[in-house]
Design a protein around this ligand. Structure first.
Ligand code: NAP
Length: 311
């Protein structure tokens, strides 16, 4: 059997962190750029798996973004994520993949759900409206991974990382919350803007995690002798801050000195989203990069690499 590892989405925020760790320990994982293999193309994905038969798959490709991107492109957020998850998982199952890690999202949990969130809360109520198409696609992916595990005894595991940030993020309006806010704040600093506006009331609380910490957890699960019996494993830092506090800490990392104002006319998303990552910690994993340090590292990377690609 092949001992090949395939990283789908290797250029992304989490994918590049996983690649970095794999390469550092001497592995040469299989990758394919979007132009070589469009993962929404079922036939192309099946041919790719038939040709390479990877034993392990990190399914880190998907359409990802913040509230703004989710609310303006619901069709893409739903359909691309359903297609990518379905195409990759079914082809992996067909061509001998033994273990696959699929990252779902905390937004698939009900809007009003007991905190910290445990997997038992899934299906206990509707997800928050602003990310419903994306959340539904993640629920579908999660259900497929569980079904393949139950019906075909495949080691396909759903993980739920907290809101992730770090080097390799997309620092644009289309990007994740930290990357897009950081790019805007950098521009505000350069223009010496007196005021920096954030979407929503600033009150929703979020748990942020550095990309390398997520990648370490994923490698640990992939390498484990046997998978935990849990069908969903959370990967969170336990460090929860309000969106206003995030902006304030980011201002320190970026060196922005103006006022931060909240635009409460914009949607907030879920009021709170703290994951119970107890089962992952019981496996011996713990996060290593606190938010203040991670924001500095991400900003440093953005200044060195991201600015070239900025609009
Ligand atoms: N970031 C988070 O906070 C977070 C939290 C929980 C779960 N997740 C999940 O983790 C996964 C990775 O997230 P991320 O933040 O690393 O995303 P990302 O930075 O946006 O990267 C996405 C990756 O997927 C690739 N991709 C997207 N559509 C593709 C397509 N049709 N065909 C081939 N490749 C495609 C991208 O390739 P290009 O370079 O060509 O664009 C990129 O490599 C996603 O499923 C996401 O939902 C992320």
């Amino acid at each position: 059997m092949s001992s090949l590892t395939y990283v789908a989405g290797h250029t992304g925020l989490i994918g590049s962190a996983v690649m970095d760790l794999l390469v550092r320990r001497g592995e040469t994982p299989l990758t394919a750029s979007r132009t070589e293999l469009h993962l929404t193309d079922q036939q192309a994905v099946e041919e790719f798996f038939r040709a390479h038969r990877p034993e392990r798959v990190y399914l880190l490709a998907g359409r990802v973004g913040g509230i703004k991107a989710n609310s303006t492109k619901p069709v893409e957020f739903f359909s691309e994520n359903v297609l990518i998850a379905t195409n990759v998982m079914l082809s992996a199952a067909l061509y001998g993949t033994r273990r696959l890690i699929f990252p779902a999202s905390a937004c698939m949990y009900p809007k009003q759900c007991p905190q910290p969130i445990t997997p038992a809360a899934l299906w206990s109520g509707p997800p928050e409206e602003s990310s419903l198409p994306f959340a539904t696609a993640k629920l579908a992916g999660c259900m497929l991974a569980q079904s393949l595990r139950r019906q075909h005894e495949l080691e396909f595991l759903t993980v739920v990382p907290a809101t992730c940030y770090g080097p390799g993020d997309r620092f644009s309006d289309e990007g994740h919350v930290v990357g897009s806010m950081m790019a805007r704040m950098h521009r505000a600093k350069e223009r010496s803007d007196a005021e920096f506006v954030i979407w929503g009331s600033g009150q929703p609380r979020r748990e942020f995690i550095y990309s390398t910490d997520v990648a370490r957890a994923m490698l640990q699960l992939m390498d484990a002798e046997s998978l935990p019996s849990d069908e969903i494993i959370h990967i969170g830092s336990g460090e929860e801050v309000s969106m206003l506090e995030l902006a304030q800490r980011m201002a320190e990392a970026v060196g922005y000195r103006g006022q931060i104002r909240c635009d409460a006319s914009r949607p907030d998303g879920m009021p709170r989203r703290l994951l119970d990552s107890g089962p992952m910690r019981k496996l011996g994993w713990k996060p290593e990069v606190p938010l203040a340090q991670g924001l500095k590292l991400a900003y440093d990377w953005y200044c060195r690499h991201g600015l070239e690609a900025a609009p």
